[in-house]
Ligand binder design. Structure first.
Ligand code: NAD
Ligand code: GLY
Length: 372
Protein backbone atom coordinates (compact mmCIF):
# COMPACT_ATOMS: atom_id res chain seq x y z
CA UNK A 1 0.00 0.00 0.00
CA UNK A 2 1.25 3.52 -0.72
CA UNK A 3 2.07 5.75 2.21
CA UNK A 4 -0.92 8.05 1.78
CA UNK A 5 0.24 10.30 4.64
CA UNK A 6 3.42 11.05 2.71
CA UNK A 7 1.63 11.30 -0.63
CA UNK A 8 -0.97 13.77 0.54
CA UNK A 9 -2.50 13.58 4.01
CA UNK A 10 -5.46 15.66 2.88
CA UNK A 11 -6.06 13.75 -0.37
CA UNK A 12 -9.60 12.68 -1.30
CA UNK A 13 -8.31 9.47 -2.90
CA UNK A 14 -5.03 7.77 -3.76
CA UNK A 15 -4.29 5.89 -6.98
CA UNK A 16 -2.34 2.90 -5.69
CA UNK A 17 0.43 2.08 -8.15
CA UNK A 18 3.30 1.21 -5.83
CA UNK A 19 6.10 3.74 -6.04
CA UNK A 20 4.14 5.65 -8.71
CA UNK A 21 1.07 6.10 -6.49
CA UNK A 22 -0.45 9.57 -6.38
CA UNK A 23 -3.15 11.56 -4.62
CA UNK A 24 -6.34 12.98 -6.10
CA UNK A 25 -7.66 16.15 -4.45
CA UNK A 26 -11.32 17.00 -5.04
CA UNK A 27 -12.89 20.16 -3.64
CA UNK A 28 -13.91 23.77 -4.14
CA UNK A 29 -11.35 26.55 -4.64
CA UNK A 30 -8.34 24.20 -4.63
CA UNK A 31 -6.71 26.39 -7.28
CA UNK A 32 -6.22 29.05 -4.60
CA UNK A 33 -4.28 26.57 -2.47
CA UNK A 34 -0.84 27.33 -3.88
CA UNK A 35 0.91 25.42 -1.07
CA UNK A 36 -0.85 22.22 -2.17
CA UNK A 37 0.42 22.58 -5.71
CA UNK A 38 3.93 23.64 -4.67
CA UNK A 39 4.18 20.51 -2.50
CA UNK A 40 3.94 18.34 -5.63
CA UNK A 41 6.46 20.23 -7.78
CA UNK A 42 9.86 18.63 -7.19
CA UNK A 43 12.22 21.13 -8.91
CA UNK A 44 12.50 24.91 -9.22
CA UNK A 45 10.71 25.18 -12.55
CA UNK A 46 7.20 24.57 -13.81
CA UNK A 47 5.47 25.06 -17.15
CA UNK A 48 1.70 25.49 -17.15
CA UNK A 49 0.13 24.21 -20.37
CA UNK A 50 -3.35 25.54 -21.07
CA UNK A 51 -5.43 26.80 -23.97
CA UNK A 52 -6.88 30.05 -25.26
CA UNK A 53 -10.17 29.52 -23.39
CA UNK A 54 -8.92 28.32 -20.01
CA UNK A 55 -5.78 30.48 -19.75
CA UNK A 56 -7.62 33.82 -19.32
CA UNK A 57 -9.99 32.21 -16.80
CA UNK A 58 -7.47 30.42 -14.58
CA UNK A 59 -3.91 30.05 -15.92
CA UNK A 60 -2.73 33.62 -15.63
CA UNK A 61 -3.80 33.81 -11.96
CA UNK A 62 -2.18 30.44 -11.26
CA UNK A 63 1.06 31.57 -12.89
CA UNK A 64 1.09 34.71 -10.73
CA UNK A 65 0.48 32.76 -7.50
CA UNK A 66 3.05 30.08 -8.28
CA UNK A 67 5.70 32.60 -9.34
CA UNK A 68 6.25 33.46 -5.67
CA UNK A 69 7.71 29.95 -5.21
CA UNK A 70 8.90 28.66 -8.62
CA UNK A 71 10.10 29.84 -11.99
CA UNK A 72 6.92 29.50 -14.05
CA UNK A 73 6.27 29.66 -17.79
CA UNK A 74 2.87 29.53 -19.45
CA UNK A 75 2.29 27.82 -22.81
CA UNK A 76 -1.09 28.58 -24.39
CA UNK A 77 -2.31 26.19 -27.10
CA UNK A 78 -5.23 26.61 -29.48
CA UNK A 79 -8.52 25.22 -28.11
CA UNK A 80 -10.22 22.17 -29.58
CA UNK A 81 -10.11 18.43 -30.19
CA UNK A 82 -8.75 19.05 -33.69
CA UNK A 83 -5.59 20.45 -32.09
CA UNK A 84 -4.95 17.24 -30.15
CA UNK A 85 -2.30 16.46 -32.74
CA UNK A 86 1.41 15.86 -33.24
CA UNK A 87 1.72 19.43 -34.60
CA UNK A 88 0.39 20.93 -31.36
CA UNK A 89 2.55 18.57 -29.31
CA UNK A 90 5.56 20.03 -31.14
CA UNK A 91 4.55 23.50 -29.99
CA UNK A 92 5.01 22.35 -26.37
CA UNK A 93 8.45 20.88 -27.17
CA UNK A 94 9.44 24.09 -29.01
CA UNK A 95 8.55 26.15 -25.92
CA UNK A 96 10.41 23.78 -23.56
CA UNK A 97 13.55 23.74 -25.72
CA UNK A 98 13.46 27.51 -26.30
CA UNK A 99 13.36 28.01 -22.55
CA UNK A 100 16.08 25.40 -21.95
CA UNK A 101 13.78 23.49 -19.60
CA UNK A 102 15.65 20.71 -17.82
CA UNK A 103 14.65 17.26 -16.53
CA UNK A 104 13.40 18.69 -13.24
CA UNK A 105 10.83 20.92 -14.98
CA UNK A 106 7.27 19.98 -14.01
CA UNK A 107 4.55 20.26 -16.65
CA UNK A 108 1.16 21.32 -15.28
CA UNK A 109 -1.86 20.51 -17.45
CA UNK A 110 -4.55 23.10 -16.77
CA UNK A 111 -7.68 22.47 -18.83
CA UNK A 112 -9.94 19.71 -20.09
CA UNK A 113 -9.08 16.26 -21.39
CA UNK A 114 -7.43 17.57 -24.55
CA UNK A 115 -4.90 19.64 -22.59
CA UNK A 116 -4.43 16.82 -20.04
CA UNK A 117 -3.80 14.14 -22.67
CA UNK A 118 -1.42 16.21 -24.79
CA UNK A 119 0.51 17.67 -21.84
CA UNK A 120 0.87 14.24 -20.25
CA UNK A 121 2.28 12.90 -23.52
CA UNK A 122 4.68 15.84 -23.77
CA UNK A 123 5.81 15.09 -20.20
CA UNK A 124 6.30 11.41 -21.06
CA UNK A 125 8.49 12.29 -24.06
CA UNK A 126 10.42 15.44 -23.11
CA UNK A 127 13.94 14.36 -22.10
CA UNK A 128 12.38 10.85 -21.81
CA UNK A 129 10.13 11.91 -18.97
CA UNK A 130 9.60 14.89 -16.69
CA UNK A 131 7.18 15.23 -13.75
CA UNK A 132 3.63 16.31 -14.51
CA UNK A 133 0.51 17.39 -12.65
CA UNK A 134 -3.10 17.27 -13.78
CA UNK A 135 -5.40 20.19 -12.95
CA UNK A 136 -8.58 19.18 -14.81
CA UNK A 137 -11.16 21.94 -15.37
CA UNK A 138 -13.99 20.08 -17.16
CA UNK A 139 -16.31 17.54 -15.59
CA UNK A 140 -15.11 14.95 -18.08
CA UNK A 141 -11.48 15.46 -17.19
CA UNK A 142 -12.22 15.55 -13.44
CA UNK A 143 -14.06 12.21 -13.52
CA UNK A 144 -11.98 10.40 -16.10
CA UNK A 145 -9.12 11.64 -18.25
CA UNK A 146 -6.92 13.18 -15.51
CA UNK A 147 -6.76 9.86 -13.64
CA UNK A 148 -4.97 6.74 -14.83
CA UNK A 149 -2.10 7.98 -16.97
CA UNK A 150 -3.43 7.53 -20.50
CA UNK A 151 -1.81 10.32 -22.51
CA UNK A 152 -1.58 10.98 -26.22
CA UNK A 153 -2.81 12.64 -29.38
CA UNK A 154 -5.13 11.70 -32.25
CA UNK A 155 -4.17 10.42 -35.69
CA UNK A 156 -6.39 12.03 -38.37
CA UNK A 157 -8.14 8.67 -38.90
CA UNK A 158 -7.99 7.23 -35.39
CA UNK A 159 -8.61 8.67 -31.92
CA UNK A 160 -5.83 8.57 -29.33
CA UNK A 161 -3.74 6.34 -31.60
CA UNK A 162 -0.35 7.81 -30.59
CA UNK A 163 0.46 8.00 -26.90
CA UNK A 164 1.95 6.56 -23.74
CA UNK A 165 0.94 5.42 -20.29
CA UNK A 166 2.44 8.06 -18.01
CA UNK A 167 1.10 8.82 -14.56
CA UNK A 168 0.86 12.31 -13.03
CA UNK A 169 2.34 13.28 -9.63
CA UNK A 170 -1.10 14.36 -8.44
CA UNK A 171 -4.54 15.36 -9.68
CA UNK A 172 -6.16 18.55 -8.37
CA UNK A 173 -9.86 18.78 -9.30
CA UNK A 174 -11.26 22.17 -8.30
CA UNK A 175 -15.05 21.85 -8.55
CA UNK A 176 -15.34 25.63 -8.59
CA UNK A 177 -13.90 25.71 -12.13
CA UNK A 178 -17.00 23.88 -13.37
CA UNK A 179 -19.04 27.06 -12.84
CA UNK A 180 -17.63 28.53 -16.06
CA UNK A 181 -18.12 25.36 -18.11
CA UNK A 182 -20.74 25.58 -20.89
CA UNK A 183 -23.84 23.37 -20.37
CA UNK A 184 -23.01 21.26 -23.40
CA UNK A 185 -19.59 20.41 -21.92
CA UNK A 186 -21.16 19.57 -18.54
CA UNK A 187 -23.46 17.08 -20.27
CA UNK A 188 -20.46 15.60 -22.09
CA UNK A 189 -18.82 14.97 -18.71
CA UNK A 190 -21.97 13.28 -17.42
CA UNK A 191 -21.54 10.64 -20.14
CA UNK A 192 -18.42 9.32 -18.40
CA UNK A 193 -20.15 9.49 -15.00
CA UNK A 194 -23.02 7.36 -16.35
CA UNK A 195 -20.42 5.01 -17.85
CA UNK A 196 -19.06 4.12 -14.38
CA UNK A 197 -22.55 3.32 -13.10
CA UNK A 198 -23.35 1.16 -16.12
CA UNK A 199 -20.17 -0.87 -16.15
CA UNK A 200 -19.30 -1.16 -12.46
CA UNK A 201 -21.79 0.04 -9.86
CA UNK A 202 -25.56 -0.19 -10.28
CA UNK A 203 -26.13 1.62 -6.94
CA UNK A 204 -24.18 4.56 -8.34
CA UNK A 205 -26.31 4.35 -11.50
CA UNK A 206 -29.45 4.61 -9.31
CA UNK A 207 -27.92 7.63 -7.55
CA UNK A 208 -27.05 9.29 -10.88
CA UNK A 209 -30.59 8.79 -12.15
CA UNK A 210 -32.08 10.26 -8.95
CA UNK A 211 -29.67 13.22 -8.91
CA UNK A 212 -29.49 14.07 -12.61
CA UNK A 213 -31.37 17.37 -12.23
CA UNK A 214 -29.05 18.45 -9.39
CA UNK A 215 -25.99 17.50 -11.42
CA UNK A 216 -27.21 19.48 -14.41
CA UNK A 217 -27.81 22.57 -12.29
CA UNK A 218 -24.29 22.14 -10.81
CA UNK A 219 -25.26 21.44 -7.23
CA UNK A 220 -21.85 21.41 -5.51
CA UNK A 221 -22.54 18.43 -3.22
CA UNK A 222 -23.92 16.33 -6.08
CA UNK A 223 -20.93 17.15 -8.27
CA UNK A 224 -18.54 16.38 -5.43
CA UNK A 225 -20.12 12.95 -4.94
CA UNK A 226 -20.23 12.18 -8.68
CA UNK A 227 -16.56 13.12 -9.13
CA UNK A 228 -15.38 11.29 -6.01
CA UNK A 229 -17.26 8.05 -6.80
CA UNK A 230 -16.18 8.14 -10.47
CA UNK A 231 -12.52 8.67 -9.54
CA UNK A 232 -12.71 5.93 -6.88
CA UNK A 233 -14.00 3.44 -9.46
CA UNK A 234 -11.37 4.49 -11.97
CA UNK A 235 -8.58 4.34 -9.36
CA UNK A 236 -9.70 0.82 -8.39
CA UNK A 237 -9.67 -0.39 -12.02
CA UNK A 238 -6.34 1.30 -12.82
CA UNK A 239 -4.80 -0.19 -9.67
CA UNK A 240 -5.79 -3.66 -10.88
CA UNK A 241 -4.87 -3.21 -14.56
CA UNK A 242 -2.80 -0.09 -15.25
CA UNK A 243 -1.84 -0.99 -18.83
CA UNK A 244 -5.16 -2.39 -20.01
CA UNK A 245 -4.26 -6.05 -20.08
CA UNK A 246 -7.97 -6.80 -19.60
CA UNK A 247 -10.13 -5.18 -16.92
CA UNK A 248 -9.31 -1.56 -17.83
CA UNK A 249 -10.78 -2.05 -21.30
CA UNK A 250 -14.22 -1.97 -19.60
CA UNK A 251 -13.70 1.79 -19.20
CA UNK A 252 -14.16 1.95 -22.96
CA UNK A 253 -17.87 1.14 -22.77
CA UNK A 254 -19.47 2.96 -25.71
CA UNK A 255 -16.09 4.20 -26.92
CA UNK A 256 -15.61 1.98 -30.01
CA UNK A 257 -18.84 3.42 -31.40
CA UNK A 258 -18.08 6.86 -29.99
CA UNK A 259 -14.55 7.16 -31.32
CA UNK A 260 -15.82 6.18 -34.79
CA UNK A 261 -18.46 8.94 -34.56
CA UNK A 262 -15.85 11.50 -33.49
CA UNK A 263 -13.43 10.61 -36.29
CA UNK A 264 -16.19 10.24 -38.88
CA UNK A 265 -17.80 13.60 -38.11
CA UNK A 266 -14.41 15.37 -37.90
CA UNK A 267 -12.83 15.89 -34.49
CA UNK A 268 -14.70 18.45 -32.40
CA UNK A 269 -18.00 18.38 -34.32
CA UNK A 270 -19.43 15.95 -31.78
CA UNK A 271 -17.90 16.29 -28.31
CA UNK A 272 -16.18 13.18 -26.97
CA UNK A 273 -18.82 12.81 -24.23
CA UNK A 274 -21.66 13.18 -26.74
CA UNK A 275 -20.19 10.43 -28.89
CA UNK A 276 -19.77 8.24 -25.77
CA UNK A 277 -23.41 8.94 -24.80
CA UNK A 278 -24.69 7.68 -28.16
CA UNK A 279 -22.07 4.91 -28.09
CA UNK A 280 -23.34 3.59 -24.74
CA UNK A 281 -26.88 3.40 -26.18
CA UNK A 282 -25.48 1.50 -29.18
CA UNK A 283 -23.60 -0.87 -26.86
CA UNK A 284 -26.80 -1.36 -24.83
CA UNK A 285 -28.79 -2.07 -28.00
CA UNK A 286 -26.31 -4.75 -29.05
CA UNK A 287 -26.24 -6.20 -25.51
CA UNK A 288 -30.02 -6.51 -25.72
CA UNK A 289 -29.79 -8.30 -29.08
CA UNK A 290 -27.44 -10.78 -27.39
CA UNK A 291 -30.05 -11.12 -24.61
CA UNK A 292 -27.57 -9.85 -21.99
CA UNK A 293 -29.87 -7.01 -20.88
CA UNK A 294 -33.65 -6.95 -21.00
CA UNK A 295 -35.88 -4.46 -22.79
CA UNK A 296 -36.60 -2.49 -19.60
CA UNK A 297 -32.86 -2.04 -18.90
CA UNK A 298 -32.27 -1.00 -22.51
CA UNK A 299 -35.01 1.62 -22.22
CA UNK A 300 -33.50 2.78 -18.93
CA UNK A 301 -30.05 3.32 -20.50
CA UNK A 302 -31.65 5.48 -23.20
CA UNK A 303 -33.59 7.45 -20.55
CA UNK A 304 -30.54 8.19 -18.41
CA UNK A 305 -28.38 9.23 -21.37
CA UNK A 306 -31.16 11.49 -22.69
CA UNK A 307 -31.73 12.97 -19.21
CA UNK A 308 -28.08 14.03 -19.18
CA UNK A 309 -28.74 16.08 -22.34
CA UNK A 310 -26.81 13.69 -24.57
CA UNK A 311 -27.61 12.17 -27.97
CA UNK A 312 -28.84 8.56 -27.97
CA UNK A 313 -28.35 7.86 -31.69
CA UNK A 314 -25.47 8.08 -34.14
CA UNK A 315 -25.56 11.16 -36.40
CA UNK A 316 -27.66 11.03 -39.56
CA UNK A 317 -24.84 12.72 -41.51
CA UNK A 318 -22.47 9.80 -40.91
CA UNK A 319 -23.41 6.82 -43.08
CA UNK A 320 -23.45 3.40 -41.48
CA UNK A 321 -20.78 1.85 -43.74
CA UNK A 322 -18.31 4.63 -42.88
CA UNK A 323 -19.11 4.30 -39.18
CA UNK A 324 -18.60 0.52 -39.33
CA UNK A 325 -15.28 0.88 -41.22
CA UNK A 326 -13.99 3.40 -38.67
CA UNK A 327 -14.76 1.00 -35.84
CA UNK A 328 -12.05 -1.30 -37.24
CA UNK A 329 -9.42 1.30 -36.23
CA UNK A 330 -10.21 0.70 -32.56
CA UNK A 331 -7.29 -0.20 -30.31
CA UNK A 332 -9.20 -3.22 -28.98
CA UNK A 333 -9.14 -4.91 -32.43
CA UNK A 334 -7.03 -8.07 -32.13
CA UNK A 335 -5.86 -10.12 -35.14
CA UNK A 336 -8.38 -8.21 -37.27
CA UNK A 337 -11.27 -9.15 -34.95
CA UNK A 338 -13.44 -6.42 -33.47
CA UNK A 339 -13.90 -6.65 -29.71
CA UNK A 340 -16.54 -4.55 -28.00
CA UNK A 341 -17.36 -3.64 -24.42
CA UNK A 342 -20.96 -4.70 -23.83
CA UNK A 343 -23.26 -4.85 -20.84
CA UNK A 344 -24.12 -8.03 -18.97
CA UNK A 345 -26.90 -6.66 -16.81
CA UNK A 346 -26.71 -3.08 -15.56
CA UNK A 347 -23.62 -2.43 -13.42
CA UNK A 348 -21.59 -5.12 -15.15
CA UNK A 349 -19.69 -5.21 -18.45
CA UNK A 350 -17.39 -7.46 -20.46
CA UNK A 351 -15.11 -7.31 -23.50
CA UNK A 352 -16.40 -9.65 -26.16
CA UNK A 353 -16.08 -10.68 -29.79
CA UNK A 354 -19.31 -12.70 -29.55
CA UNK A 355 -21.56 -10.27 -31.44
CA UNK A 356 -22.17 -11.49 -35.00
CA UNK A 357 -21.60 -8.99 -37.81
CA UNK A 358 -25.31 -9.20 -38.67
CA UNK A 359 -26.28 -8.27 -35.09
CA UNK A 360 -23.84 -5.35 -35.15
CA UNK A 361 -25.32 -4.21 -38.46
CA UNK A 362 -28.81 -4.40 -36.93
CA UNK A 363 -27.65 -2.22 -34.04
CA UNK A 364 -26.01 0.31 -36.36
CA UNK A 365 -29.26 0.60 -38.33
CA UNK A 366 -31.53 0.72 -35.27
CA UNK A 367 -29.47 3.43 -33.56
CA UNK A 368 -28.88 5.67 -36.59
CA UNK A 369 -30.69 9.00 -36.47
CA UNK A 370 -32.96 9.75 -39.41
CA UNK A 371 -32.08 12.79 -41.54
CA UNK A 372 -33.95 15.90 -40.34
P1 NAD B 1 -11.81 19.61 -23.89
O1 NAD B 1 -10.49 19.42 -23.27
O2 NAD B 1 -11.85 19.92 -25.34
O3 NAD B 1 -12.59 20.72 -23.07
C1 NAD B 1 -13.88 21.07 -23.48
C2 NAD B 1 -14.02 22.58 -23.72
O4 NAD B 1 -14.19 23.23 -22.47
C3 NAD B 1 -12.84 23.25 -24.39
O5 NAD B 1 -13.30 24.25 -25.25
C4 NAD B 1 -12.10 23.87 -23.20
O6 NAD B 1 -11.30 24.96 -23.56
C5 NAD B 1 -13.25 24.30 -22.35
N1 NAD B 1 -12.99 24.42 -20.92
C6 NAD B 1 -12.22 23.63 -20.16
N2 NAD B 1 -12.36 23.97 -18.87
C7 NAD B 1 -13.22 25.01 -18.82
C8 NAD B 1 -13.77 25.76 -17.77
N3 NAD B 1 -13.53 25.47 -16.50
N4 NAD B 1 -14.61 26.78 -18.09
C9 NAD B 1 -14.92 27.03 -19.38
N5 NAD B 1 -14.46 26.32 -20.41
C10 NAD B 1 -13.62 25.31 -20.13
O7 NAD B 1 -12.72 18.31 -23.69
P2 NAD B 1 -12.96 17.32 -22.47
O8 NAD B 1 -14.35 16.88 -22.61
O9 NAD B 1 -12.49 17.88 -21.21
O10 NAD B 1 -11.98 16.11 -22.82
C11 NAD B 1 -12.15 15.34 -23.97
C12 NAD B 1 -10.84 14.70 -24.32
O11 NAD B 1 -10.43 13.83 -23.27
C13 NAD B 1 -10.90 13.86 -25.57
O12 NAD B 1 -9.77 14.13 -26.37
C14 NAD B 1 -10.85 12.44 -25.05
O13 NAD B 1 -10.29 11.54 -25.98
C15 NAD B 1 -10.01 12.60 -23.83
N6 NAD B 1 -10.19 11.54 -22.82
C16 NAD B 1 -9.09 10.97 -22.32
C17 NAD B 1 -9.19 10.02 -21.33
C18 NAD B 1 -7.96 9.44 -20.70
O14 NAD B 1 -8.07 8.46 -19.96
N7 NAD B 1 -6.79 10.01 -20.94
C19 NAD B 1 -10.46 9.63 -20.87
C20 NAD B 1 -11.58 10.24 -21.41
C21 NAD B 1 -11.44 11.21 -22.39
N1 GLY C 1 -10.94 6.39 -20.33
C1 GLY C 1 -10.45 5.05 -20.47
C2 GLY C 1 -9.29 4.72 -19.63
O1 GLY C 1 -8.73 5.55 -18.95
O2 GLY C 1 -8.87 3.60 -19.62
Amino acid sequence: MPDSAALGPDASLVVDLGDRSYPIYIGANLLDNTALLVRHIPGDRAVIVSNTTVAPLYAQALQRQLSAFKQVKLVVLPDGERYKSLETLSQIFDALVADQCDRQTTLIALGGGVIGDITGFAAACYQRGVPFIQIPTTLLSQVDSSVGGKTGVNHPQAKNMIGAFYQPRCVIADIHTLNTLPDRELSAGLAEVIKYGLLWDVDFLDWIEENMAKLRRRDADALHHAITRSCAIKADIVHQDEREGGLRALLNLGHTFGHAIEAGMGYGVWLHGEAVGAGMCMAADLSHRLEWINAADLARVYRIVAAAGLPTQSPAELDIDTLRALMDSDKKVQSGRLRLVLLHGLGSALVTDKAAESQLQDTLRATHALPA
